[in-house]
Design a protein around this ligand. Structure first.
Ligand code: MSP
Length: 560
């Protein structure tokens, strides 16, 4: 396979539990990994946890636990969160793992041997939240703008990496590769940083003050600075440098980060790679913040976080994933809230998609014995078929430019088009006329083909019409879950949206309908049961034979 896609999230600090801000970057990366897998790329997706440094050490002390057990516990919570949100990471790296430490030591040795590391005294202002020295210019009212705390004055003996030496090279690299950092605003921000001296980077901490870290290979009284340690995860997880994964995936890399860690990824990391004689990653993609109810960046230290476990439990992982991808503009800040999630779910998933699915399903069940009919297309069907076939061509470039919400909107426009087609053709009227049975079958076929996949049709040698929304939405909507009961069928059933709308707590009208909703939910269970039967019937006519992209990594061949 020639096309390679390696996507990473930041590795998350384990000083506290995961929150929705972490989930945002991870869901975004997961979407990209899944989309590229489907689109024929050999896709590899890495996430993990950042477990060394002062901040973690202090958190463990506060919890009265030894640092390793503390890290084990919180790291586990991140793994669980990604399982709940159906994240398809290929690896989960922890910086306390030996495979990572060994690579950090190797990189340090290489850079040290090249003469780019020296020892000096350092005095400056340090934010433990950011785990880095700040410049006066970065402060707002004397405080770190991200953590709203005054940084501490520090003076100590540290080892330094000659970062300034690579400033001009980095400026040129960014100018020569315009999409290296995106969106563009962040590229300009970095070029602004590089317009003046960036100084050298302190890369060690005295062990007597911060005992929780990787010892420097040449001086056991010092541990590695947490950022120098953490950034290396992106190659240590690939088994740098002898593993085939390193050869395959580095440097075809897409780093996904939040804007608060721009400097570390856009300045520290490429200069570190350059000094170590390694190729530079391909793209740095910078996301905005999810803002809490108080209008501030959602963060553990500010205590305004939304718990992804609670959200997924309440609304299901699909609703959370869809909302994060559809209601945010990548690169910009977005406010998040339950009521916004509910509105988005109701508008797109329950109304547009869920309605179409349930109406098509009901009619096929009732009038076609649950078996997909053979179509006889007419001229009037061509528009919807052409639109469905062209969809991937429209969606692909939008995903490539990380305009994910636009990509999903394009898909939803097609859903709305299918709904219009359904309403215009009025299959429930066709069903009343036995002579129109063939036409009814064709209309239902086209809707189902749009909802599921054209691949089944290709398999049955009848040519190709619409590319199934199931496939196009599958990187976003995961949990339709439940396996089809057909013998030998391993395909996951999707699109099991509750027809019932979600209750918006802000709406008193809906509050008053509480009991009715409860009754409706019972109906939903019954509907789901019917849907299962329906899937069974469809499977028996070959629809279930779609590949399972996650395991097999087999691409969907769009030209089929
Ligand atoms: N450990 C470092 C990253 C090292 S990567 C080599 C770190 N960890 S973090 O847990 O504090 O943050 C990880 C990521 O989560 C960052 O990209 C950060 O921007 C993102 N987010 C944390 N809170 C966020 C929001 N409220 N909104 C969006 N993203 C947020 O930094």
């Amino acid at each position: 396979m020639s096309k390679v896609f390696y996507v990473t999230t930041p590795i998350y600090y384990v000083n506290a539990e995961p929150h929705i801000g972490h989930a945002y970057t991870t869901v975004m990366a997961d979407f990209l990994a899944r989309f590229h897998r489907l689109d024929g790329y050999d896709s590899y997706f890495l996430t993990g946890t950042d477990e060394h440094g002062e901040k973690i050490y202090q958190a463990a002390e506060k919890a009265d636990t030894d640092p390793q057990s503390f890290c084990d516990r919180i790291s586990q919570r991140f793994s669980e969160a990604w399982r709940v949100l159906d994240i398809s990471n290929d690896d989960f790296i922890r910086t306390t793992e030996e495979r990572h430490k060994a690579v950090v030591r190797r990189v340090l040795e290489t850079v040290h041997a090249s003469g780019d590391i020296y020892y000096d005294e350092y005095a400056g202002i340090y934010c433990v939240g950011c785990e880095r020295f700040l410049t006066d210019k970065e402060l707002v009212d004397g405080k770190c703008p991200d953590h709203l705390i005054e940084p501490e004055n520090r003076r100590e003996g540290n080892y330094f990496f000659r970062m300034e030496k690579y400033r001009q090279w980095l400026r040129d690299h960014i100018r020569d590769n315009p999409s290296f950092i995106r969106p563009e605003g962040y590229k300009n921000e970095v070029l602004g940083m590089l317009a003046e001296s960036i100084g050298d980077l302190s890369i060690s901490r005295p062990k007597d003050r911060v005992p929780w870290g990787i010892e420097l290979p040449w001086d056991s009284d010092h541990v590695t600075y947490v950022w120098f340690d953490a950034l290396i995860n992106y190659i240590s997880a690939l088994g740098f440098s002898d593993d085939q994964r390193y050869t395959d995936y580095w440097p075809a890399t897409q780093h996904m980060i939040g804007k608060d860690i721009l400097k570390a990824h856009a300045v520290f990391w490429p200069t570190m790679l350059k000094a170590a004689g390694l190729p530079i990653y391909q793209h740095l993609n910078v996301g905005g913040f999810l803002m809490g109810h108080d209008g501030q960046k959602m963060s553990k230290s500010l205590g305004n976080v939304v718990d992804p476990f609670q959200l997924a439990e309440k609304f299901g992982p699909d609703a959370v994933r869809y909302y994060l991808l559809k209601d945010t503009v990548y690169g910009q800040d977005s406010s998040v809230g339950e009521h916004l999630l509910i509105d988005r779910y109701n508008a797109d998933l329950a109304n547009d998609l869920g309605n179409l699915l349930s109406r098509a399903r009901a009619l096929i069940g009732r009038h076609m014995d649950g078996v997909l009919p053979t179509p006889e297309q007419q001229a009037g069907d061509q528009e919807v078929i052409a639109e469905g076939t062209a969809l991937i061509g429209r969606v692909r470039p939008l995903v490539g430019e990380l305009r994910i919400f636009e990509a999903l909107e394009t898909v939803m426009q097609f859903v709305r088009m299918l709904n219009r087609y359904f309403n215009d053709e009025a299959p429930w009227k066709l069903a009343k006329d036995p002579e129109q049975h063939g036409r009814l079958g064709t209309v239902l076929y086209n809707c189902v083909e749009g909802l599921w996949s054209r691949r089944c049709r290709a398999r049955r040698g009848r040519g190709v019409s619409i590319l199934g929304l199931e496939i196009l939405l599958s990187p976003t909507l995961r949990s339709g879950a439940g396996r089809c009961q057909a013998r030998g069928c391993r395909r996951k059933r999707r699109f099991s949206f509750r027809k019932r709308k979600l209750k918006n707590p802000n709406s008193s009208k809906l509050q008053r309908r509480k009991n009715r909703a409860r009754r409706k939910s019972l109906m939903c269970v019954r509907k789901k049961a019917r849907y299962r039967l329906m899937t069974f019937s469809m499977c028996s006519c070959g629809l279930h034979k779609l590949p399972r992209p996650k395991k097999s990594k087999r691409p969907i061949n769009y030209s089929n």
